[in-house]
Design a protein around this ligand. Structure first.
Ligand SMILES: Nc1ncnc2c1ncn2[C@@H]1O[C@H](COP(=O)(O)OP(=O)(O)OP(=O)(O)O)[C@@H](O)[C@H]1O
Length: 244
């Protein structure tokens, strides 16, 4: 579904991303994990062209992203950021309707989809007329996901989507969300620096350091056969249980 080849991004002389190649299969959840500043967010933002690469290529569903206009591309790729990334002056209903509206969906179809998502994400209907500031962090997070999934994009990018939540709510919300059938069919690239989160959610983890992928593979493989001391130390850093 996503194919990245020799992707590099330089800011002045500094290579934030340095020759990254990877593929993400349809329906797969790939987690970009690594230390602060290792290039996770920059890699993610090049997929939906919020950042332009210095060199290398990215294709989504077989089409080079450079052949598409940024705004058009971003209508087809869901994007979830910390705390939902909601505009304060849009009601929740307006926020969820944004992309379907841009795509020219009929009002009735948008309403149907909105209610479907609200139900799936276990949000009360009363949130629809409210503004983001009137919601809890967990609710905002769910609305952010509803907005990203509204037009049923085949690909969703998530940047520290649970970062703004306390550890308890964080575990609860991420289990709830990743339990959704809808998300199981979606190709997801998720950025985190949280080891347990990566181990819990990833089909495969790409562990990055200084702009490069150090090791990529299923969580069990990184745990059992770490490529080097960096991988071993990084995964050992925090307590974790695979089936937690
Ligand atoms: N617009 C920019 N101009 C200059 N340098 C940048 C810019 N954006 C990112 N960088 C640098 O590129 C490197 C990678 O940044 P990036 O945000 O991708 O890291 P990250 O792995 O997502 O980190 P974090 O987990 O802290 O968000 C960092 O050294 C950062 O300072």
């Amino acid at each position: 579904m996503i194919e990245i080849q020799k992707l590099t991004k330089r800011f002045a002389s500094h290579a934030a991303v340095d020759g990254v190649s990877l593929t993400v299969g349809q329906g797969e959840t790939l987690v970009l994990l690594g230390t602060s500043g290792c290039g996770k967010t920059t890699t993610l933002k090049m997929i939906n062209r919020l950042i332009e690469p210095t060199s290398g290529s990215i294709s989504v569903a077989g089409i080079d992203v450079q052949q598409q206009l940024g705004p058009e591309l971003r209508r087809q790729i869901g994007y979830v950021i910390q705390d939902g990334g909601l505009f304060p002056h849009y009601t929740i209903a307006e926020a969820i309707a944004t992309v379907p509206k841009l795509l020219g969906w009929e009002t009735k179809a948008i309403q149907q989809r909105t209610h479907e998502l609200i139900e799936k994400l276990q949000l009360p209907k009363t949130v629809l007329t409210r503004y983001p500031s009137e919601l809890s962090g967990g609710q905002r997070q769910r609305v952010g996901l509803a907005r990203a999934l509204a037009a049923k994009p085949p690909v969703v990018l998530m940047d520290e989507p649970f970062g703004a939540l306390d550890p308890f709510t964080r575990r609860h919300v991420r289990r709830e969300l990743f339990g959704l059938n809808e998300l199981k069919e979606t190709t997801v690239v998720l950025v985190t620096h949280d080891v347990s989160e990566a181990l819990e959610l990833a089909d495969r983890i790409a562990l990055m350091d200084r702009g490069r992928i150090v090791q990529i593979g299923p969580p069990s493989e990184l745990l059992k056969r770490p490529a080097n001391d960096f991988v071993r130390d990084f995964l050992d850093d925090k307590p974790h249980r695979l089936n937690d």
